[in-house]
Design a protein around this ligand. Structure first.
Ligand SMILES: *Cc1c(COP(=O)(O)O)cnc(C)c1O
Length: 383
Protein backbone atom coordinates (compact mmCIF):
# COMPACT_ATOMS: atom_id res chain seq x y z
CA UNK A 1 0.00 0.00 0.00
CA UNK A 2 1.22 3.47 -0.91
CA UNK A 3 1.53 6.11 1.75
CA UNK A 4 1.03 9.47 0.08
CA UNK A 5 2.02 12.82 1.61
CA UNK A 6 -1.49 14.30 1.61
CA UNK A 7 -4.89 12.79 0.81
CA UNK A 8 -7.94 14.98 1.50
CA UNK A 9 -10.97 13.43 3.19
CA UNK A 10 -14.40 14.72 2.15
CA UNK A 11 -17.72 13.89 3.83
CA UNK A 12 -19.08 13.04 0.42
CA UNK A 13 -22.81 12.67 1.06
CA UNK A 14 -23.02 15.78 3.20
CA UNK A 15 -21.01 17.81 0.66
CA UNK A 16 -23.26 16.61 -2.18
CA UNK A 17 -26.34 17.61 -0.19
CA UNK A 18 -25.00 21.17 0.31
CA UNK A 19 -23.98 21.42 -3.35
CA UNK A 20 -27.39 20.10 -4.40
CA UNK A 21 -28.99 23.06 -2.62
CA UNK A 22 -26.90 25.42 -4.78
CA UNK A 23 -27.82 23.61 -7.98
CA UNK A 24 -31.52 23.40 -7.18
CA UNK A 25 -31.69 27.03 -6.18
CA UNK A 26 -29.72 27.97 -9.30
CA UNK A 27 -27.13 29.85 -7.27
CA UNK A 28 -23.54 28.65 -7.59
CA UNK A 29 -21.71 32.01 -7.57
CA UNK A 30 -20.88 34.65 -4.97
CA UNK A 31 -23.53 35.17 -2.27
CA UNK A 32 -25.85 32.52 -0.76
CA UNK A 33 -23.43 29.84 0.58
CA UNK A 34 -20.42 32.21 0.56
CA UNK A 35 -22.24 34.51 2.98
CA UNK A 36 -23.31 31.58 5.14
CA UNK A 37 -19.75 30.26 5.27
CA UNK A 38 -18.34 33.68 6.19
CA UNK A 39 -20.81 33.79 9.07
CA UNK A 40 -19.97 30.35 10.47
CA UNK A 41 -16.22 30.93 9.98
CA UNK A 42 -16.49 34.09 12.10
CA UNK A 43 -18.42 32.16 14.75
CA UNK A 44 -15.83 29.38 14.72
CA UNK A 45 -12.73 31.62 14.86
CA UNK A 46 -14.32 34.56 16.70
CA UNK A 47 -12.54 36.85 14.24
CA UNK A 48 -14.47 40.07 13.62
CA UNK A 49 -14.45 39.98 9.79
CA UNK A 50 -14.12 37.33 7.12
CA UNK A 51 -14.44 37.44 3.35
CA UNK A 52 -14.43 34.24 1.29
CA UNK A 53 -12.12 34.36 -1.73
CA UNK A 54 -11.00 31.91 -4.39
CA UNK A 55 -7.58 31.17 -2.81
CA UNK A 56 -5.21 32.13 -0.05
CA UNK A 57 -2.92 33.54 -2.74
CA UNK A 58 -5.71 36.00 -3.61
CA UNK A 59 -6.17 36.75 0.11
CA UNK A 60 -2.45 37.49 0.53
CA UNK A 61 -2.38 39.75 -2.52
CA UNK A 62 -5.48 41.61 -1.33
CA UNK A 63 -4.06 42.08 2.16
CA UNK A 64 -0.96 43.76 0.73
CA UNK A 65 -3.03 45.80 -1.76
CA UNK A 66 -5.52 47.09 0.83
CA UNK A 67 -2.90 47.96 3.45
CA UNK A 68 -0.64 49.62 0.88
CA UNK A 69 -3.44 51.89 -0.27
CA UNK A 70 -4.85 52.71 3.14
CA UNK A 71 -1.44 53.37 4.72
CA UNK A 72 0.02 55.15 1.67
CA UNK A 73 2.99 52.89 1.18
CA UNK A 74 5.22 53.65 -1.82
CA UNK A 75 6.62 51.28 -4.41
CA UNK A 76 9.87 49.72 -3.16
CA UNK A 77 8.81 50.02 0.48
CA UNK A 78 9.74 46.88 2.36
CA UNK A 79 7.92 43.96 3.94
CA UNK A 80 9.93 41.60 6.14
CA UNK A 81 9.10 38.02 5.28
CA UNK A 82 10.32 34.42 5.49
CA UNK A 83 12.26 32.39 2.93
CA UNK A 84 10.71 29.11 4.20
CA UNK A 85 7.25 29.31 2.66
CA UNK A 86 5.16 28.59 -0.39
CA UNK A 87 5.98 31.23 -3.00
CA UNK A 88 2.47 32.75 -2.80
CA UNK A 89 3.51 34.56 0.37
CA UNK A 90 6.30 36.45 -1.33
CA UNK A 91 4.72 36.81 -4.77
CA UNK A 92 1.93 38.75 -3.02
CA UNK A 93 4.49 41.37 -1.98
CA UNK A 94 5.97 41.64 -5.49
CA UNK A 95 2.50 41.93 -7.10
CA UNK A 96 2.19 45.30 -5.32
CA UNK A 97 5.70 46.51 -6.26
CA UNK A 98 6.91 46.24 -2.69
CA UNK A 99 10.19 44.64 -1.73
CA UNK A 100 10.39 41.35 0.19
CA UNK A 101 13.21 41.60 2.74
CA UNK A 102 13.99 38.16 4.09
CA UNK A 103 14.59 37.49 7.78
CA UNK A 104 16.02 34.21 8.99
CA UNK A 105 14.03 31.39 10.56
CA UNK A 106 14.18 29.88 14.04
CA UNK A 107 13.98 26.25 15.14
CA UNK A 108 10.19 26.31 14.60
CA UNK A 109 10.90 27.19 10.94
CA UNK A 110 9.08 30.49 11.53
CA UNK A 111 10.45 34.05 11.52
CA UNK A 112 13.21 34.64 14.06
CA UNK A 113 12.23 37.79 16.01
CA UNK A 114 15.87 38.80 16.56
CA UNK A 115 16.62 38.75 12.85
CA UNK A 116 13.36 40.55 12.07
CA UNK A 117 14.53 43.39 14.35
CA UNK A 118 17.87 43.51 12.56
CA UNK A 119 16.18 43.73 9.16
CA UNK A 120 13.98 46.75 9.99
CA UNK A 121 14.90 49.87 7.98
CA UNK A 122 13.32 53.28 7.39
CA UNK A 123 11.36 51.73 4.53
CA UNK A 124 9.93 48.76 6.44
CA UNK A 125 6.12 48.91 6.47
CA UNK A 126 4.99 45.44 7.49
CA UNK A 127 5.93 41.95 8.59
CA UNK A 128 4.53 38.85 6.90
CA UNK A 129 4.42 35.91 9.32
CA UNK A 130 3.84 32.33 8.15
CA UNK A 131 2.64 29.81 10.75
CA UNK A 132 4.49 26.95 9.13
CA UNK A 133 2.72 23.62 9.41
CA UNK A 134 0.18 25.20 11.79
CA UNK A 135 2.86 26.21 14.30
CA UNK A 136 2.74 29.64 15.97
CA UNK A 137 6.53 29.77 16.48
CA UNK A 138 7.50 33.03 18.20
CA UNK A 139 4.45 34.86 16.88
CA UNK A 140 3.86 36.73 20.17
CA UNK A 141 7.24 38.40 19.86
CA UNK A 142 6.57 39.32 16.23
CA UNK A 143 3.24 40.91 17.24
CA UNK A 144 5.11 42.95 19.84
CA UNK A 145 7.84 44.03 17.40
CA UNK A 146 5.16 45.21 14.97
CA UNK A 147 3.41 47.25 17.68
CA UNK A 148 6.64 48.82 18.93
CA UNK A 149 7.79 49.76 15.45
CA UNK A 150 4.36 50.70 14.07
CA UNK A 151 4.51 48.04 11.39
CA UNK A 152 1.50 46.32 9.87
CA UNK A 153 1.24 42.57 10.38
CA UNK A 154 -0.03 40.11 7.81
CA UNK A 155 -0.49 36.50 8.88
CA UNK A 156 -0.20 33.82 6.22
CA UNK A 157 -2.37 31.30 8.05
CA UNK A 158 -2.65 28.90 5.11
CA UNK A 159 -1.67 26.03 7.44
CA UNK A 160 -3.50 27.39 10.49
CA UNK A 161 -7.21 26.65 10.10
CA UNK A 162 -7.97 25.51 13.65
CA UNK A 163 -4.65 26.59 15.23
CA UNK A 164 -5.13 28.05 18.70
CA UNK A 165 -2.69 29.94 20.87
CA UNK A 166 -3.54 29.84 24.59
CA UNK A 167 -6.98 28.53 23.65
CA UNK A 168 -7.80 31.35 21.22
CA UNK A 169 -8.03 30.88 17.44
CA UNK A 170 -5.16 32.55 15.65
CA UNK A 171 -5.59 35.64 13.45
CA UNK A 172 -7.09 38.44 15.53
CA UNK A 173 -3.74 40.07 16.38
CA UNK A 174 -2.85 40.70 12.72
CA UNK A 175 -4.11 43.45 10.44
CA UNK A 176 -4.99 40.68 8.03
CA UNK A 177 -5.13 36.91 8.45
CA UNK A 178 -5.18 34.81 5.28
CA UNK A 179 -6.43 31.21 5.31
CA UNK A 180 -6.34 28.54 2.61
CA UNK A 181 -9.04 25.99 1.76
CA UNK A 182 -6.98 24.46 -1.03
CA UNK A 183 -7.56 20.77 -1.79
CA UNK A 184 -4.75 19.52 0.47
CA UNK A 185 -4.99 21.98 3.36
CA UNK A 186 -6.66 21.19 6.70
CA UNK A 187 -10.08 22.43 5.59
CA UNK A 188 -10.11 21.15 2.02
CA UNK A 189 -12.49 22.30 -0.71
CA UNK A 190 -11.14 22.29 -4.27
CA UNK A 191 -9.81 25.84 -3.95
CA UNK A 192 -10.72 28.67 -1.64
CA UNK A 193 -9.45 31.08 0.95
CA UNK A 194 -10.53 33.57 3.59
CA UNK A 195 -9.27 37.07 4.27
CA UNK A 196 -9.89 38.28 7.80
CA UNK A 197 -9.15 41.96 8.40
CA UNK A 198 -9.20 43.47 11.84
CA UNK A 199 -10.47 46.83 10.52
CA UNK A 200 -14.11 47.10 9.35
CA UNK A 201 -13.05 49.62 6.66
CA UNK A 202 -10.55 47.16 5.19
CA UNK A 203 -13.22 44.46 5.22
CA UNK A 204 -15.66 46.74 3.41
CA UNK A 205 -13.21 47.68 0.70
CA UNK A 206 -12.00 44.12 0.11
CA UNK A 207 -15.59 43.06 -0.67
CA UNK A 208 -15.54 45.47 -3.60
CA UNK A 209 -11.99 44.57 -4.68
CA UNK A 210 -12.75 40.86 -4.99
CA UNK A 211 -15.33 41.56 -7.69
CA UNK A 212 -13.58 43.99 -10.01
CA UNK A 213 -14.20 46.97 -7.72
CA UNK A 214 -17.97 46.78 -8.18
CA UNK A 215 -19.61 48.22 -5.10
CA UNK A 216 -22.67 45.98 -4.80
CA UNK A 217 -22.77 42.28 -5.45
CA UNK A 218 -25.52 40.70 -7.53
CA UNK A 219 -26.99 38.85 -4.61
CA UNK A 220 -27.54 42.04 -2.59
CA UNK A 221 -29.03 43.72 -5.65
CA UNK A 222 -31.47 40.86 -6.25
CA UNK A 223 -32.55 40.82 -2.64
CA UNK A 224 -33.02 44.60 -2.52
CA UNK A 225 -34.95 44.69 -5.80
CA UNK A 226 -36.39 47.95 -7.11
CA UNK A 227 -36.04 49.73 -10.44
CA UNK A 228 -32.32 50.37 -10.07
CA UNK A 229 -31.28 46.88 -9.16
CA UNK A 230 -29.17 46.71 -12.35
CA UNK A 231 -27.16 49.75 -11.29
CA UNK A 232 -23.72 49.51 -9.77
CA UNK A 233 -20.65 51.69 -9.36
CA UNK A 234 -17.04 50.79 -10.04
CA UNK A 235 -14.96 52.55 -7.43
CA UNK A 236 -11.63 50.72 -7.65
CA UNK A 237 -9.49 48.77 -10.05
CA UNK A 238 -10.46 45.46 -8.47
CA UNK A 239 -9.77 41.82 -9.21
CA UNK A 240 -11.75 38.65 -9.94
CA UNK A 241 -10.94 37.01 -6.61
CA UNK A 242 -14.25 36.23 -4.90
CA UNK A 243 -15.23 32.72 -3.84
CA UNK A 244 -18.27 30.79 -5.07
CA UNK A 245 -21.17 28.92 -3.47
CA UNK A 246 -20.10 25.44 -4.60
CA UNK A 247 -16.76 25.78 -2.82
CA UNK A 248 -18.46 27.38 0.19
CA UNK A 249 -20.93 24.48 0.28
CA UNK A 250 -18.05 22.02 0.66
CA UNK A 251 -16.36 24.28 3.19
CA UNK A 252 -19.51 24.44 5.34
CA UNK A 253 -19.44 20.68 5.73
CA UNK A 254 -15.69 20.40 6.21
CA UNK A 255 -15.65 23.08 8.92
CA UNK A 256 -17.94 20.94 11.08
CA UNK A 257 -15.19 18.30 11.19
CA UNK A 258 -12.14 20.57 11.40
CA UNK A 259 -11.49 20.23 15.14
CA UNK A 260 -11.96 16.48 15.02
CA UNK A 261 -9.70 16.19 11.96
CA UNK A 262 -6.99 18.36 13.51
CA UNK A 263 -7.11 16.32 16.72
CA UNK A 264 -6.40 13.19 14.67
CA UNK A 265 -3.56 15.00 12.87
CA UNK A 266 -2.05 15.79 16.28
CA UNK A 267 -2.46 12.13 17.23
CA UNK A 268 -0.55 11.06 14.10
CA UNK A 269 2.14 13.62 14.94
CA UNK A 270 2.39 12.29 18.50
CA UNK A 271 2.84 8.76 17.17
CA UNK A 272 5.61 9.97 14.88
CA UNK A 273 7.20 11.88 17.75
CA UNK A 274 7.26 8.91 20.09
CA UNK A 275 8.62 6.62 17.36
CA UNK A 276 11.36 9.03 16.26
CA UNK A 277 12.41 10.62 19.54
CA UNK A 278 15.95 9.62 20.37
CA UNK A 279 16.71 8.57 16.81
CA UNK A 280 20.15 9.91 15.99
CA UNK A 281 20.43 12.10 12.90
CA UNK A 282 16.70 12.93 12.95
CA UNK A 283 15.67 16.27 14.38
CA UNK A 284 11.95 16.74 14.94
CA UNK A 285 10.67 20.28 14.34
CA UNK A 286 9.11 21.28 17.69
CA UNK A 287 5.70 22.89 18.26
CA UNK A 288 5.75 26.17 20.17
CA UNK A 289 4.60 26.07 23.82
CA UNK A 290 0.91 26.90 24.35
CA UNK A 291 0.22 26.32 20.66
CA UNK A 292 -2.51 23.87 19.72
CA UNK A 293 -1.28 23.37 16.19
CA UNK A 294 -3.60 22.50 13.31
CA UNK A 295 -0.75 20.13 12.40
CA UNK A 296 -0.83 20.62 8.69
CA UNK A 297 2.67 19.13 8.58
CA UNK A 298 4.96 16.79 10.50
CA UNK A 299 8.49 17.91 9.66
CA UNK A 300 11.91 16.53 10.45
CA UNK A 301 15.44 17.65 9.59
CA UNK A 302 17.86 15.03 8.28
CA UNK A 303 21.29 15.51 6.78
CA UNK A 304 20.79 12.87 4.11
CA UNK A 305 17.37 14.18 3.09
CA UNK A 306 17.54 13.36 -0.62
CA UNK A 307 18.81 9.84 0.03
CA UNK A 308 16.08 9.30 2.58
CA UNK A 309 13.42 10.41 0.06
CA UNK A 310 14.70 7.83 -2.41
CA UNK A 311 14.71 5.08 0.20
CA UNK A 312 11.15 5.93 1.25
CA UNK A 313 9.99 6.10 -2.38
CA UNK A 314 11.39 2.61 -2.94
CA UNK A 315 8.98 1.53 -0.22
CA UNK A 316 6.03 3.36 -1.81
CA UNK A 317 6.15 6.17 0.74
CA UNK A 318 6.00 9.66 -0.68
CA UNK A 319 7.13 12.45 1.65
CA UNK A 320 7.39 16.13 0.67
CA UNK A 321 9.53 19.20 1.25
CA UNK A 322 8.09 22.40 2.76
CA UNK A 323 9.87 24.43 1.58
CA UNK A 324 12.85 25.23 -0.53
CA UNK A 325 14.52 28.49 0.56
CA UNK A 326 12.68 31.06 -1.60
CA UNK A 327 15.90 33.04 -2.14
CA UNK A 328 17.00 30.13 -4.36
CA UNK A 329 14.23 31.10 -6.82
CA UNK A 330 14.93 33.58 -9.59
CA UNK A 331 12.60 36.42 -8.46
CA UNK A 332 14.21 36.38 -4.98
CA UNK A 333 17.83 35.60 -5.77
CA UNK A 334 18.80 39.20 -4.97
CA UNK A 335 18.46 38.11 -1.32
CA UNK A 336 20.52 34.93 -1.67
CA UNK A 337 22.74 34.39 1.38
CA UNK A 338 20.75 36.69 3.68
CA UNK A 339 19.22 33.82 5.68
CA UNK A 340 21.92 31.20 6.33
CA UNK A 341 19.96 29.23 8.94
CA UNK A 342 16.92 28.94 6.65
CA UNK A 343 19.14 27.89 3.77
CA UNK A 344 20.65 25.09 5.81
CA UNK A 345 17.24 23.98 7.07
CA UNK A 346 15.86 23.98 3.57
CA UNK A 347 18.42 21.38 2.49
CA UNK A 348 17.46 19.08 5.40
CA UNK A 349 13.70 19.51 5.63
CA UNK A 350 11.35 16.63 5.09
CA UNK A 351 7.58 16.45 5.61
CA UNK A 352 6.44 12.92 6.45
CA UNK A 353 3.05 11.73 5.16
CA UNK A 354 0.22 13.15 7.29
CA UNK A 355 -3.43 12.76 6.44
CA UNK A 356 -6.64 11.42 7.92
CA UNK A 357 -6.61 8.06 6.14
CA UNK A 358 -3.36 7.08 7.82
CA UNK A 359 -3.33 4.59 10.68
CA UNK A 360 -0.91 4.00 13.51
CA UNK A 361 0.65 1.15 11.54
CA UNK A 362 1.31 3.50 8.60
CA UNK A 363 3.07 5.89 10.97
CA UNK A 364 5.09 3.01 12.43
CA UNK A 365 6.02 1.75 8.99
CA UNK A 366 7.25 5.19 7.87
CA UNK A 367 9.06 5.77 11.18
CA UNK A 368 10.84 2.40 11.05
CA UNK A 369 12.15 3.16 7.59
CA UNK A 370 13.31 6.63 8.66
CA UNK A 371 15.14 5.07 11.63
CA UNK A 372 16.62 2.27 9.56
CA UNK A 373 17.89 4.71 7.00
CA UNK A 374 19.52 6.94 9.57
CA UNK A 375 21.17 3.86 11.10
CA UNK A 376 22.57 3.06 7.69
CA UNK A 377 23.99 6.57 7.48
CA UNK A 378 25.53 6.21 10.92
CA UNK A 379 27.37 3.06 9.88
CA UNK A 380 28.75 4.79 6.85
CA UNK A 381 29.98 7.70 8.96
CA UNK A 382 31.48 5.15 11.38
CA UNK A 383 33.49 3.49 8.61
C1 LIG B 1 -1.03 26.75 0.18
C2 LIG B 1 -0.34 27.96 0.68
C3 LIG B 1 -0.65 29.24 0.20
C4 LIG B 1 -1.58 29.46 -0.96
O1 LIG B 1 -2.83 28.94 -0.76
P1 LIG B 1 -3.81 28.77 -2.02
O2 LIG B 1 -5.15 28.70 -1.36
O3 LIG B 1 -3.42 27.52 -2.71
O4 LIG B 1 -3.66 29.96 -2.87
C5 LIG B 1 -0.02 30.32 0.78
N1 LIG B 1 0.89 30.17 1.75
C6 LIG B 1 1.23 28.96 2.22
C7 LIG B 1 2.23 28.87 3.33
C8 LIG B 1 0.65 27.82 1.68
O5 LIG B 1 1.02 26.61 2.11
Amino acid sequence: MDVQLFVPTFRVEECLQEIRECLEKGWTGIGFKTIEFEKVWKEYTRLPHAHFVNSCTAALHLSVNVLKNRLNWSDEDEIITTPITFVSTNHAILYENLKPVFADTDDYLCLDPEDVKRKITKRTRAVMFVGLGGNTGQYDKIVQICRENKLALILDAAHMAGTRLRGKHIGGEADAGCFSFHAVKNLPTADGGMICFSSPDDDKIVRELTWLGINKDTYTRTVEGGTYKWLYEVEHLGFKYHGNSVMAAIALVQLKYLDQDNAYRRQLANWYTSALTGCQHVKIVPTAPECESARHLFQILVENRDELILALNENNIYPGVHYRDNTDYLPYQYASGTCPHANEQSRQLLSLPLHLRMTRSDVDKVSELVIKHSARLQRRIGN
